[in-house]
Design a protein around this ligand. Structure first.
Ligand code: C5P
Length: 308
């Protein structure tokens, strides 16, 4: 145990998947993955203040609702840490959101990651990064990455992480089409489509190695060529209109666009912010999306902003 604090502020980034290769399901019903995560500079900021009981408040720069009860990942993270360390303490949690809600960008995972890091300091449990990542992995496959940040290769269920060398910065237009998709439903649809088309899923899927070269060599054209999401076909099947957003972004000049994670946010790779704004204007004008955000990757993982 280390000395406890009164107030801790931690922020954690949202992510996109530059590759998402999906393999077979394991005994727990989780699919094996080979994925490349990239953290972007849209952050969830969690302020944790000492209190007798656990409570949660949310403010948001993005539209949409999220549960404030036991289904909320930040509250689940707090309960898990409290139980794991057998503590009888509370905290008032405030989350300020910048990551699109239920959009496939890991916003809920970032909330949980930031909460674990903040409460570890607030409560003085001193677990450290590795144990916190292990706790996070029990709650959700994207939580360990929100702690690590930058660009990383994820294997296993996406929780077995290795940092990837990158050069330069990448600019993304995040096109938010409205509506949301449930991750388990997208994986289920993916399984249905694989079965119907006779696709045999590998035990451990492989990445396109050229993507790692593109990232280390700051090669935008090669990165555009290698962006791939196996879940995209399932997201298209469940969300009418999504395919048109990808097609339109590319027609408007984007080097490439793809569904982010399980969707429905579309990550559009762009040359720069000027191109991002012009494509965003086109997508908004055609009524294809509700909202557009510009973000840069990679961004750091969960980090403490203030503590007292
Ligand atoms: O871990 P997370 O909360 O992101 O996962 C939500 C659901 O997505 C899981 O319950 C599972 O149905 C599906 N999933 C999967 N394989 C993964 C990650 C998630 O099938 N590697």
């Amino acid at each position: 145990m280390v000395p406890a604090l009164e107030r801790v502020v931690v922020r954690a980034p949202g992510k996109i998947n530059l590759s998402l290769m999906v393999g077979d399901v394991d005994a727990r019903g989780y699919h094996s993955l080979a994925t490349v995560f990239q953290a972007v500079d849209l952050y969830e900021t969690v302020t944790a203040t000492r209190a007798r009981t656990l409570s949660l408040e949310v403010t948001s720069e993005v539209p949409g609702d999220l549960p404030l009860d036991g289904r909320n990942l930040a509250l689940q993270a707090a309960e898990l840490l409290r139980a794991e360390c057998a503590l009888d303490v509370g905290a008032a949690l405030h989350i300020h959101k910048q990551v699109p809600i239920a959009g496939g960008m890991g916003g809920g995972s970032a909330d949980a990651a930031a909460t674990l890091v903040a409460l570890d300091r607030l409560w003085g449990t001193g677990l450290g990064n590795e144990q916190l990542r292990e706790l996070g992995a029990r709650l959700g496959a994207d939580i360990p990455f929100a702690m690590l940040g930058h660009t990383a290769l994820g294997r296993g269920n996406g929780t077995d992480l290795t940092t990837v060398l990158t050069h330069g910065e990448w600019t993304w237009l995040l096109a938010v089409p409205g509506g949301h998709l449930s991750t388990p439903e997208v994986f289920q649809k993916f399984d249905e489509i694989s079965l119907a088309t006779g696709r045999v899923l590998p035990e451990q899927p492989e990445l396109d190695e050229r993507q790692l070269q593109a990232l280390s060599g700051a090669n935008l054209e090669l990165l555009a060529d290698t962006l791939h999401n196996d879940l995209q076909v399932a997201a298209f099947a469940l969300h009418p209109g999504l395919e048109l957003v990808v097609e339109s972004a590319e027609r408007l000049g984007a080097p490439a666009a793809l569904v982010s994670g399980s969707g429905p946010t579309i990550a559009v790779l762009v040359e720069d912010e000027v191109q991002a704004r012009s494509i965003a204007a086109g997508l908004m004008r055609d009524g294809l999306v509700e909202n557009c955000l510009v973000a840069r990757g990679s961004a750091p993982g969960a980090s403490v902003l203030e503590e007292s």
